[in-house]
Design a protein around this ligand. Structure first.
Ligand code: AGP
Length: 581
């Protein structure tokens, strides 16, 4: 909402959040008393070409990129959704779990639906309330009381071109406070070009914004006073610079980000360590790549610090709560701090009286705000869908915490680590050639022993996510228990095998693989004849091996995706921040 036409600003905002992954997009504005909605399937630039979103008139509007949950990827199912009376338009992130009974009720009262989405019921419900109250904020607040599930909502009212309303529960929603301009967005990046002053809404809060005023109420309708805070991330941090893709840029930032991750507020790491030492039970939870960082932390806690810690993927924590209760500590890893599975796990932990200590990149995120203790990754915005620099930053922070649990005064060696990462990045060309050679393979395997097993899983996840090739990561010792049956002539198997006590056993596994025709790609500081290809990574302290090993694996996934970009099934739609359960 601004003093000038907003469609151009909205289109820019859409492009900025494009990285989050989506399948369709749309925009709605109000001008001269009428509400206009344009939307479609595909990339923002394609939709703009076909529908001319940027030509929508009006000083108030909203835009959305959708990642389908309920209803296929169609123009009708794209957001915004207008009510059948045309009085209200809504965009929504999340899932309305009780939309079926709500829809039945609305249909029986004569409402007509145009889409298959769960979201559309919200527009119709608010319309009913608005007709009764003529108060945008009250109508939205009353409606949210009938919703089950998760939502971040923005609502426009056709006869109120001065007002927009937002509401949230378990999905991020942020107010951007500008000069004669006000924003509601799920991601600061959407409006950072216009203002870095933000107000983070809490669960169940509803906000009404005009171009120069914000009014927030809590679930009981009572006014909440909250001052804007300044976000630290510079706009320059979110450009691609000279790199072809954000992912490549972020991979190359790692010599710097492993250093910035190591700079933590005095006393904070020790506070984490104390909590872990004193805890009755320790759980480590996260999703995807962040979970792999959690596995690495658990390994060292168990093996070196003799602290028993259980790792459970966030989406499953509820099923593993045997030892979760008062006196437990739950360590949570998350880049975004907004992952729905992660927030669900946090809710469960808190419900059972546990304390939550998180390692998070987004400082203002829900996770950061809801934790008892926070360590920041300090690696800047991660725009690429694939987690790269956030993973290595997580490994740095996890190691600092474990060192503190071990009673070490201060972790060191970060300067050498940063140099080693620079060295590891030199394999770029070699990895690009390997990607070219193996781009038509349908299956990849990643194996390792001990500490490195989690890195093998991470390598497989990265390859799947970026190149859409089936990949599996597992401890090398597991191969003989079934997976060897799938190894045939030319099957690529990446073996992470740093020199040390497990090296010889891993080499035996490599021999078994070669005997079955596999092309073993060794990633190590020490070469061996059994490797068909050898990617040298520098020798580093054992606790840092996952960081130097992750570099070639990230590059492999990236180059494989570039090599396969002409395939008919490319690209697919992935979400950066998985804010649905
Ligand atoms: C990894 O490349 C993925 N994008 C994904 O596995 C991610 O790590 C996971 O969804 C967790 O996200 P978070 O760290 O933001 O919680």
């Amino acid at each position: 909402m601004a003093e000038e036409p907003v469609a151009g600003i909205l289109l820019e905002g859409l492009k900025r959040v494009e990285y989050r992954g989506y399948d369709s997009a749309g925009m709605a504005t109000i001008s001269d008393g009428s509400l206009a909605v344009r939307k479609g399937v595909g990339r923002v630039s394609e939709i703009e070409r076909a529908r001319r979103l940027s030509e929508l008139p009006g000083n108030i509007g909203m835009a959305h990129t959708r990642w389908a949950t309920h209803g296929g990827v169609t123009d009708e199912n794209a957001h915004p959704h207008a009510s059948c009376g045309g009085l209200v338009a809504v965009i929504h992130n999340g899932i309305i779990e009780n939309y079926i009974p709500l829809k039945k009720g609305l249909s029986s009262r004569g409402h007509r639906f145009r889409s298959e989405t769960d979201t559309e019921v919200v527009a119709h419900l608010i319309e009913d309330e608005y007709k009764r109250t003529r108060d945008p904020l009250r109508a939205t607040l009353a409606t949210t009381k009938r919703l089950k599930g998760q939502y971040a909502l923005a609502v426009l009212f056709q006869d109120r071109p001065d007002v927009m309303v937002g509401a949230r529960k378990d999905a991020p929603l942020i107010v951007g406070v500008g000069q004669e301009k006000m924003f509601l967005a799920s991601d600061v990046l959407a409006f950072i070009e216009h203002t870095d002053r933000t107000i983070f809404l809490d669960n169940f809060e509803v906000a009404e914004i005009t171009k120069d005023r914000v009014r927030i109420v809590g679930p009981g309708g009572r006014e909440v006073k909250r001052k804007p805070t300044q976000v630290a991330w510079e706009l320059s941090d979110v450009s691609k610079s000279d790199f072809a893709h954000y992912t490549l840029k972020e991979i190359n930032e790692q010599p710097r980000t492993v250093l910035s991750a190591s700079v933590q507020e005095p006393g904070k790491v020790e506070e984490f360590a104390r909590a872990i030492r004193k805890a009755k039970s320790v759980y480590i939870t996260a999703s995807g790549t962040s979970y792999h960082a959690g596995l690495l932390m658990k390994f060292r806690l168990n093996k070196e610090a003799k602290v028993r810690a259980d790792t459970v993927v966030a989406g499953e924590l509820k099923e593993h709560k045997g030892f979760l209760g008062k006196g437990s500590v739950v360590v949570v890893f998350s880049q975004s701090g907004e992952t729905a599975d992660v927030m669900d796990a946090v809710k469960e932990a808190k419900k059972r009286g546990a304390r939550v200590y998180s390692v998070v990149n987004a400082a203002g995120s829900t996770l950061a705000r809801e934790s008892d203790g926070v360590l920041l990754l300090n690696c800047g915005p991660e725009v690429g869908v694939a987690a790269t620099k956030s993973f290595t930053a997580q490994v740095v922070v996890a190691n600092m915490v474990v060192d503190a649990v071990l009673g070490k005064k201060r972790s060191n060696g970060f300067k050498e680590l940063s140099e080693a990462v620079t060295e590891a990045l030199k394999c770029d060309e070699q990895v690009r050639d390997l990607a070219e050679k193996y781009k038509h393979r349908t299956d990849f395997y990643f194996v390792a022993r001990g500490y490195e097993s989690a890195v093998a899983m991470e390598g497989a996840l990265k390859l799947k996510e970026l190149s859409y090739i089936h990949a599996e990561g597992m401890p090398a010792s597991e191969l003989k228990h079934g997976t060897l049956a799938l190894i045939e002539r030319g099957t690529p198997v990446v073996l992470l095998n740093p020199s040390g006590e497990l090296q010889a056993d891993s080499l035996s596994n490599a021999e078994e693989l070669r005997a079955r025709g596999a092309d073993v790609i060794g990633v190590s500081d020490a070469k061996a004849d059994v490797y068909k290809h050898f990617i040298r990574v520098p020798k580093v302290q054992q606790k840092f091996t996952p960081i130097v090993e992750a570099i070639p694996l990230q590059l492999l996934a990236y180059h494989m995706s570039v090599a396969r970009r002409n395939d008919p099934d490319y690209p697919r739609n992935l979400a950066k921040s998985v804010t649905v359960k």
